[in-house]
Ligand binder design. Structure first.
Ligand SMILES: C[S@@+](CC[C@H](N)C(=O)[O-])C[C@H]1O[C@@H](n2cnc3c(N)ncnc32)[C@H](O)[C@@H]1O
Length: 216
């Protein structure tokens, strides 16, 4: 099984190089059991385009943003942001099948006539990373974090967000929230072709609380 996973990963890496697309990184090393992600639910339900548009609007995505998608699936969200705003994006995903789909997704979004957004993505604005979204070394670089993950993941991730993200960073989640964490800044209900009650939830990372002086 591991051989098959590594084979698929190597295949995806080759495709990335051949297409000179957005980059793909990670997954090259053989891993110990102890490196297995704490959370790895493979459920893949892509966020509908209408919901993604709303999430971008709520987060006020722009060309200066660096977007991290935690559990990126086919990484469509980062490709859309690159195409529409020329924002940089990093998608992190554990499932190599999804990584391969991300490479195919690049093809779709790089065709000038594929969708009505501006020009094609010529620069490697988008990175698709095979790895654990709870173990991202450069998360501090994010200005926007997006996700469509169950509350169980969000509860594991909240302490990481609290410790790592810069104040002002926007977090937007599709449908789910943590059970204990910051209160949302805004929420919206969005209609798609499949359902009319998607939730988009925005948080803005607050300033860090100052530690009280010992003699106070
Ligand atoms: C519901 S899909 C969301 C895909 C995409 N973000 C979207 O909204 O269209 C969740 C994805 O998270 C991935 N996943 C689950 N646990 C993960 C982890 N610890 N690190 C990275 N990806 C993970 C799953 O394999 C799945 O593809």
């Amino acid at each position: 099984m591991l051989k098959r996973i590594l084979g698929l990963t190597a295949f995806a890496v080759c495709i990335a190089v051949l297409l000179n697309t957005g980059t793909i990184t990670g997954g090259e090393k053989k891993k110990d059991k102890k490196d297995d992600p704490k959370y790895n639910n493979p459920t893949f339900v892509p966020t509908a385009d209408e919901v993604i548009e709303k999430m971008f609007e709520m987060a006020k995505v722009n060309k200066d943003d660096v977007i991290f998608d935690l559990g990126c699936g086919d990484n469509r969200i980062c490709f859309m942001a690159a195409k529409k705003y020329r924002a940089r994006g990093v998608g992190i995903e554990t499932n190599p099948v999804r990584i391969k789909e991300a490479m195919e997704m690049f093809e779709k979004y790089n065709k000038d006539d594929a969708i009505s957004y501006g020009g094609s993505i010529k620069l490697p604005l988008v990175e698709t990373r095979h790895g654990d979204a709870l173990a991202i070394k450069d998360l501090k670089d994010a200005t926007v974090v997006v996700m469509y993950m169950f509350p169980e993941f969000m509860d594991l991730w909240f302490p990481i967000a609290e410790k790592t993200l810069k104040p002002g960073t926007r977090i937007v989640s599709h449908d789910y929230s943590w059970t204990k964490g910051w209160e949302p800044t805004a929420t919206a209900t969005v209609k798609s072709s499949t359902r009319d009650n998607h939730k988009a939830i925005l948080w803005i990372v607050p300033e860090k609380k100052k530690k009280k002086a010992a003699n106070e």
